[in-house]
Design a protein around this ligand. Structure first.
Ligand SMILES: C[S@@+](CC[C@H](N)C(=O)[O-])C[C@H]1O[C@@H](n2cnc3c(N)ncnc32)[C@H](O)[C@@H]1O
Length: 263
């Protein structure tokens, strides 16, 4: 199955996943070993579920968790709207059927915290795109993340575009050195679980520099009326009132550290 065919089947389904992000999801699903398990938290109408199911080998189970309660559908749609949830569920089933992956997906119609009790075994690929508020997003990252074994992967949508998810990621992954940030596609952040033994020889502080640069920029944005443009090395913000050099890369003792000069 090619990515082009998978995207052809998914691109008309309502949702926020971009083609480039879908490509990354597709590749990650294809890399899950035989007999492995993929878990998606937050399926909505099936756009990402179709990509995962099309990308995964036939002997990999794809579990999609969504209560379809009409709650937390997006940043402005927090409160439950049951009729919308039912419409999403009907669309989800219809879209999976049309994409030919209904029998490839096990749907748990439940909130992610509850679904955890109904799920056994390790998660080789965890895709988190459920509730975007800080507490439930963090619970997904911590509790479901704990099911990802060494070498497993976690992809998180809206990592840099939703403040609740950004803060959840920051507090859930930075204190846990076993999560190694391996890049992003737009606002889709990618992590690999790497035990301390596996990380021997890596420099701890080289982890997550891209993540850090974005957090710094976001903090700068929140703290004042400024605009930010980022490049891969040095970044600058400019506004009539404030000129702020956001991030300055410094090499110290062979490590990369990032500072935010207040100028
Ligand atoms: C942004 S949409 C997911 C989009 C989907 N991944 C896609 O690419 O089309 C968020 C979804 O998360 C679901 N959701 C909200 N709270 C949840 C929770 N606690 N557990 C699992 N799913 C949840 C909502 O019902 C909604 O369908």
């Amino acid at each position: 199955m090619s990515f082009a065919a998978a995207w052809e089947a998914a691109c008309d389904v309502e949702g926020w996943l971009t083609e480039a992000q879908a490509r990354r999801l597709f590749a990650a699903a294809g890399a899950v070993p035989p007999g492995g398990q993929i878990v998606e938290i937050g399926s909505f109408r099936g756009r990402s579920a179709i990509v995962l199911a099309r990308g995964a080998r036939a002997d990999v189970e794809v579990v999609c968790i969504d209560p379809h309660a009409g709650s937390d559908r997006g940043p402005q749609e927090i409160a439950a709207q049951p009729a919308l949830g039912e419409a999403d569920l009907a669309a989800f089933r219809r879209n999976l059927e049309r994409a030919g992956v209904s029998d490839r997906v096990r749907h748990l119609r439940d909130f992610s915290t509850m679904a955890l009790r109904r799920f056994d075994g390790p998660v080789d690929l965890l895709f988190v795109d459920g509730a975007h508020r800080f507490r439930p997003a963090r619970a997904d990252l911590v509790r479901w993340g704990a099911r990802v074994p060494d070498g497993g992967r976690m992809l998180v949508h809206d990592a840099f575009s939703s403040i609740g998810v950004t803060l959840a990621l920051l507090t859930a992954t930075v204190p846990r050195p076993s999560w190694r940030y391996v890049g992003r596609e737009g606002s889709l952040a990618a992590y690999v679980r790497a035990s301390p033994a596996r990380r021997l020889g890596e420099t701890r502080c080289s982890t997550g520099t891209d993540f850090a640069i974005r957090i710094a920029a976001k903090a700068a944005l929140l703290s004042g009326d400024i605009s930010v443009s980022l490049s891969s090395s040095t970044s600058s913000c400019a506004s009539p009132a404030i000129r702020l050099k956001v991030v300055e890369r410094q090499r110290r003792s062979g490590c990369n550290t990032w500072t935010v000069p207040n100028r």
